[in-house]
Design a binder for this molecule. Structure first.
Ligand code: ATP
Ligand code: MG
Length: 214
């Protein structure tokens, strides 16, 4: 087993990782957007990609089913990061974790009055920690997607979600009222792999690091 497996998710992470892979001399043989294959070979016979859900990347790397992976800081925080080495911020898939509410909702006033807030999010760890640090009591509702709908449908007062341009919020008459943190994607490395396959892995990690610097 001298082969290297890299776990990536489709969409922006795959797209924005392509130039970094290229810098390491790795070119995928297929595009996961058009191919249905979940294992994608590359120009380098010893390197393959596995295409997984964004939230599953840390799990594949943690168990050594992938040696490397690219995952958002949001995903890493929610996962917990056990057994994972995350040496490099790749500065890709950048966005912000934010609290958003319907345009007419006076959030600051609700907080000031000590109201209990109904908060919907896929990012339950981050949402819990954020409101706990503010001393705001919340009922947390776990969702798996389309968070913007929750306040409109009367499920929640506020959401905690990723925002980049803000156009999705705007289209749903929501406004961001609090900035929780800046998010970007990181390289994650299986620690045992790094020991056993350092000769192959280290040059890839170094090439990524140099490409990020540029
Ligand atoms: P799925 O769409 O399969 O449910 P997902 O929403 O977690 O999964 P993506 O939308 O591809 O997957 O997001 C992958 C990662 O990209 C996220 O974990 C986050 O770090 C980052 N990301 C999410 N939304 C944005 C955005 N609007 N702009 C920039 N980066 C984002
Ligand atoms: Mg998505």
């Amino acid at each position: 087993m001298n082969g290297i497996t890299i776990a990536l998710s489709k969409g922006r992470i795959f797209d924005e990782t392509l130039p970094l892979l290229a810098a390491a001399g790795i070119v995928p043989a297929e595009n996961p957007e058009t191919s249905r294959k979940l294992i994608i070979e590359t120009n380098r016979p010893e390197v393959r990609l596995v295409i997984v859900r964004a939230t599953d990347v840390p799990t594949y790397v943690q168990y050594g089913a992938a040696d490397l992976g690219v995952a958002g800081k949001d995903v890493m925080i929610e996962h917990g990061g056990e057994g994972l080495y995350s040496p490099l911020d790749l500065n890709i898939a950048k966005c912000r974790m934010m609290v958003a509410v319907p345009e007419g909702f006076d959030y600051q006033n609700a907080v000031r009055q000590g109201n209990r807030l109904k908060v919907a999010s896929k990012y339950t760890k981050m949402a819990r920690e954020h409101f706990a640090s503010k001393g705001v009591h919340i009922d947390l509702i776990k969702l798996y997607g389309s968070m913007e709908l929750a306040p409109l449908a009367g499920l929640a007062d506020a959401i905690v979600d990723l925002v980049s341009t803000g156009s999705t919020l705007k289209a749903n008459k929501l406004v961001a009222v609090e900035d929780i943190m800046e998010i970007s994607s990181r390289l994650v490395v299986n620690q045992a792999s790094l020991k056993v396959k350092r000769e192959t892995l280290q040059p890839i990690i170094d090439a990524f690091a140099r490409a990020v610097e540029r």
